[in-house]
Unconditional design. Structure first.
Length: 121
């Protein structure tokens, strides 16, 4: 198969081509890929780029504009093949008002500060 630019299906197109070459029945998968590709290109493609669409309304998710976070990390190169890293990120989330045990209400805001460390190879 000659090299060509993949469409929005990306890896799915590669798998479809592979399975077709192996003689697999790809009719149902092909229909799903065509429908998904058409939907993505219609809803997200502006003619040059695919745009990110964030859907949070009517879901169990906070408004992404109301969540604050910042952080950073450090990597130390151990060798040509490995490095050690430490990353931290502070998050502050504004929560809804909830009833407390004494009959009043309180904001259910949250703060957390996860620290991650490990090795990269």
């Amino acid at each position: 198969m000659p090299l060509r630019r993949l469409g929005s299906g990306g890896m799915a197109e590669v798998l479809l081509a592979r399975d077709t070459a192996l003689g697999e029945d790809v009719a149902e998968f092909s229909k799903i890929l065509e429908k998904g590709t058409a939907g993505m290109e219609k809803d997200l493609f502006d003619g040059e780029y695919f745009m990110q669409k964030i859907q949070w309304k009517n879901l169990k998710a906070k408004d992404p504009t109301q969540v604050q976070s910042f952080g950073g990390g450090y990597s130390y190169k151990l060798s040509a093949l490995a490095s050690f890293f430490v990353e931290a990120r502070y998050h502050y989330v504004w929560g809804p008002e909830v009833n407390n045990g004494s009959g009043g209400t309180k904001k259910a805001n949250a703060q957390f500060f996860p620290i991650t460390f490990g090795f990269r190879f």
